[in-house]
Structures are given as C-alpha cells and as structure tokens.
Design a protein around this ligand. Sequence first.
Ligand code: AMP
Ligand code: ZN
Length: 464
Amino acid sequence: MKIFNTLSRRKEEFIPLEAGKVRMYVCGPTVYDFIHIGNTRPMIFFDSVRRFLEYKGYEVNYVSNFTDVDDKIIKRALADGVEASVISERFTEECKKDMEGMRVRPATTHPKATEEIDGMLEMIQVLIDKGFAYEVNGTVYYRVKRFKRYGELSGKNLDDLISGNRTLLVTGEDEKENPGDFVLWKPKKEGEPYWESPWGQGRPGWHIECSVMSKKYLGEQIDIHGGGEDLIFPHHENEIAQSEAVSEKPFARYWMHNAFLNIDNKKMSKSLGNSLKVRDIANNYDLKVLRFFMLSAHYRSPLNYSGELMEAAKNGLERIENGLVRLRDEAGKCPAGKATEQGQEALQGFRRRFEVAMEDDFNTADAISVLFELIKYANTLKPEETVREDWDILRQTALELGDILGIGEPKAELLDSAIEALITERQEARKAKNYARADEIRKELAEQGILLEDTKDGVKWKKA
Ligand code: AMP
Ligand code: ZN
C-alpha cells in the first residue's frame, strides 16, 4: 500500500511501526460554531482511510481532537454573554451529530484540549528544561532556531521565515528572541478562561495541544498524522518541533494532507459570505450524499462544491443503493446452488481493482468507479438464472466494499425515487376514485416519516 507523504513529497510504501497496528492522529475542528462543509473533508476522508485499514486487517487506534479553547470560542462566548465552555460543549455535541449524519464513525478517542492541560504544562516544562522554550512576562515561546529540522515538512527556510516575519511583528511580539518563535503558553486576559501554571495564570497555545494529545493516546511515535493542507505550516511544523524536541525520535511517519474544498470555484471564507454549514446541507440532503460527494474526488485534488455536483452525487449514490436493495430483495428468487467458478472470478476482479485503487494513496474516486461497475454487473444478472450462493457472495462483496466508503443498504428508509413512485401511484388511484388505495399509500409514507402536502402546484413531500 502506498501513501503520499508530505514530508518526503512522494508516495511511499506503508510500513507501520508495529506489525498489524496503525496509530493515527487527525487534527479536529475548533468548536465555536456549527462545522462548515470544508471541515468535513478531512473527517470523511480519514474515516474511509481508517475503514480501509481495518478492512486490510489492521487494528487502528484513531485519535481526533476537539479544540475547545481558542480565540474564536472566547470571542463568541463574549458576544453571547456565556462562558466559553457553554459554546464549546454545545458545538462539540452538534459536530458529533453532523458526523453521525455523514456516517463518520467516532474515533477510538476524541480528546478535548481543556481536559489535557496537565500534559501540556508538563511538555512545556520539558521544552524549557531542554532549552527549546523560554518564558517572558508570563508567555512561553518555542525557540525555533534551536530545532535544526524546523521547516522540513513545509519546505520553508527558517531564515526566509524570519525575514518575512520581521515586518509582521505586532505589539507584544518584540519580546520574542526571534520573530519565528511561536507561543506555547499565553497569559490570561480579563474575562478569558485560564489555568494555573508555573508561568502564571493563562492558557495553552494551539500547537502544543496536538503534540500532547497525540503522545498521551498514541505514544511518542505514530504512523499517520493527517489534516487539511492549511495545517502544514505552521501547525504541523510546530507539532514536529515540539514532539521531536521532547522525544528525540521521529514523530509521525506519514504526513497526509487533504486539499481544500471550494464553493462555486471560490475559496470559502467568511468575508466572501459563501461559507456553507453542514446544517444548511442537511435541510436538503441526507448527509450521506455529502459524504459520497467528498469521496468522489481524490483527497489531494482541490474539490469544488456546487448544487449541480451535489445533485450528481445524489443520483450516483442512489444508483448504488438501488443496486444494493435489489441484491437484497431479489435474493429469494435465486435457485439454491453452490458458488460457481465463473461467478466468483468476476467478483474477485472487482474486489482486487477496488483494493488496487485504495492501496494507491487512497484513490476513493477510482474505488467509487469500481463500485459502480460492480453494481452495473449485478444489475445485469437475473436472479432466476443465478445460483443463490453466487448472489449472496456478490451482495456481501458489494456491502463490504461499500462500507469502506460509508455506503450501505438504505435501511427501512425509502429512496426518493420510491417515494415519488408511490406519490404518482396515489395520484392515479385518486383519479380512478380508488380512495382506499390512495389513503393506504399516504399512511404507508407517513409510517416512514414522509409527509405529503397537496398544493395547487401538485403534491409536495418532506421528511418529518
Ligand atoms: P479548523 O476548525 O479550521 O481548525 O479546521 C479543522 C479541519 O478542517 C482542519 O484539518 C482543516 O485543515 C480542515 N479544513 C478547514 N477548511 C477546509 C476546507 N475549505 N477544505 C478542506 N479542509 C478544510
Ligand atoms: Zn493539530
């Protein structure tokens, strides 16, 4: 299996630190609001990475944090007149709901920064003791010049960074030894949450959080560290500087970064007013559609969001789901019989090609194409002409591969096309004055949580 490693800028064979086990850390969201659709790209992609590694038989220890102390959280708390923890707790829970909707499985551990302060105090002290950090007036800075490999991940040259930063110095930063130095601990300001520390009351910098949480839950060395490409510098560069200064060992073996999600070919940003929340999407789509859309492109390619592309994703996903439903519902029509060589050979080909795609730096776009082909092949089979065991193995294979991408049989839930077919049947029943059947259909849909509304423009439906 090959993974593109940001550190070496090439695809490398994946060899875990410990045979059969994978330790993986992905930087999670800052919980100051409902998450936006950009945040979901790493969540969804790395969830499929984890699922594929598990499919390959690895035991995966997956850690992804919630950053629950941060300037944006404090700002929102002040604006709303509540404690910062009220904001962070609320939006951590809301984020978990969105994750569930997107079929993102909970990580092995979801640590919260505010519950790991002791570990941060400890690591900062070690950095000071080893000469990698220094304190000035209650602020602790990391001394970047002391860490020889600083800039290796992002390919930045420390001297360039320093001269570039010199012009960017803001008030208070003149106390740094070097403009490139970054904050490990900052003194509290009035009205902000704070913790006691040997350097006075204050709170941790963002970068130290991930070094500490990763070390605590996964150990000093990990296999995969992931996040969006905006995190390469300075966040991940700084994580390496902190973790490796302490452990004196390479921190993460494979650094993986997803490219950005844009909206209508523009960068998503608050100032452009085009940032879309997952909740906005949930008004119009089941969030599994958003997941399918995200996986339809390779994670290192920029991805553009648009209404049309979401419609295409919805249709594509529905095609796969319809195929899975047919495999389930028609199984009973197959004559009993043992699996045939011919049936199994065809199937193995699909499985192998799916694996080849995923083993090539997790090419989910190609994996989806293989799944489409598998469903297309399944749709050509007539149950009456297929022996039962061939059919069952085909169904299991489709489910197993689909599950890696988070696709499954839509359980009791009706597909949109099925709902619309029932509505048409109801209209026809009414025209034929068969009111009993029309009422029966309305009841049937209501049981599935589908509400009908007769308007002058025809029948509208919505999910309750
Ligand atoms: P944040 O809450 O900004 O720290 O972001 C949480 C995660 O979402 C990080 O891994 C970011 O790199 C990622 N992320 C933020 N915006 C986008 C975007 N537009 N496209 C892809 N990933 C993003
Ligand atoms: Zn991080």
